[in-house]
Write a protein that binds this ligand. Sequence first.
Ligand code: FAD
Length: 462
Amino acid sequence: MTQRFAAVSPALLADLTASVGADNLSTTGADLALHAQDAGFHPAHAAEVVVWARSAEQVARVLRLASQAGVPVTPWGVGTGLEGNAIPLYGGILLSLERMDAIVAVHADDFQVTVQPGICHKDLNEKLARYGLFFPPDPGANATIGGMLANNAAGIRTVKYGASKDNVLRMQVALPDGRLIYTGSRSVKQSAGYNLTQLFVGSEGTLGIITEATLKLVPVPQFMSAMIAGFATVEAAIETVVAVRGSGVDVAALEFLDETNTRALNAAGTDIAPYPTLLLEIHAAHAGTLEQDIAIVRDLCQQAGALSFRATADTAERKVLWNARHHAYETLVRNHPGQKIFIMDVSVPISAYPDLIAFSRQVLAEHGISGYMKGHAGDGNIHVELPFGDPDTYARVQAVNSAIVLKAIALGGTCTGEHGVGIGKAAYMAAEHGAALAVMQQIKALLDPQGILNPGKIFPQA
Ligand SMILES: Cc1cc2nc3c(=O)[nH]c(=O)nc-3n(C[C@H](O)[C@H](O)[C@H](O)COP(=O)(O)OP(=O)(O)OC[C@H]3O[C@@H](n4cnc5c(N)ncnc54)[C@H](O)[C@@H]3O)c2cc1C
């Protein structure tokens, strides 16, 4: 790490305390340790002070003080990121948005809600249920809206409803120099100038800190059905993914699990035959539409030689299934005590998905690595989870990761579909973006000339 910053001085600590109050600041080892690592495998690194902001003005004030002092600031949602995105690599101030968790306004007639960034999406959806509305992006973990927008999180419902970027209209952002700006508007159609909202979305807290967001909502569907189909081979399952996408059926989830993952899910309460499996969900406004869509999907699975197919409209059964799917990663961690899990996240155009899966299986075999493969297959996203516990396995896991990432880019895809660049994908940014990477660096230098916001992320380190 070549970048150097000033340390947090007693004078800065005093200014920060005056800005947010003593109850919203900590330098205790326990608090620093709690904010030193996210949910991924990257090594921990502690900040010098944790600050919990309570308002946009406090965020702006902390940024102004940090800029004046030349101290780095790393924003923090609830630390469920997987690529080390929120690890304060250069120490300094860890600025948690967790306590800014209010709903500012529900605009039910416009299908919109304005929130502070620290509200978690599941809590938001519980509160929105009385309006019959919900915010669809769902990364599984109960992440904050700010963290989801900063990482452009996606998940199982992206195939129908889009990622976080597709569900935000307007944001308030605090810039490193302490300015507070609004981007976008509450109009669904927007064509006025540069799209600053989308510049900050996915910027992983390196350009500004999101202090408020107006989100798009959709009506809670009247009818839902989950489906499980088991296949003899991974190839048959993947062919079915492409066929379902090509059928015009508007699936709300289309997930692939290899047989190792089905075993892990069963440990979490499901009863899925240990085959390469597709999990699907359909949302409909009418029972008849739901039945027709299920019939089309069933036919496609049978044409691909599915060994089993089950559809359920039972809410409890559906919840057990998705709950187990959402906790598949934690189940994996529990099943590998003493080991870390390297999580790979790449995404390709749907037509290239079979190629990517075949290539990934070949690379795993060549390196003698057993991994767990699952993905949001409906949108071409795959995760390969690779347990490791010693340096030799780690080196082979890295080689597998590198080969698959470069293959995804070569297939017209990306080094990360949803987890973001963080620390782990910075090395691939040049391969993916070429000359555009320098433009990104210029934008960073324009908005954050001292480089104090979340340093060490997104860009390859010299
Ligand atoms: C079990 C499990 C399953 C997961 N599955 C998925 C999945 O399916 N899809 C998916 O996309 N992700 C998934 N994730 C990853 C994670 O949930 C997302 O990356 C999420 O967006 C992180 O949100 P967070 O609130 O925890 O943010 P953090 O991890 O705290 O921070 C994430 C990034 O956002 C920045 N940040 C946080 N708040 C702000 C703000 N207000 N303004 C600016 N920057 C900010 C941080 O600096 C950091 O760069 C999963 C994680 C786990 C543990």
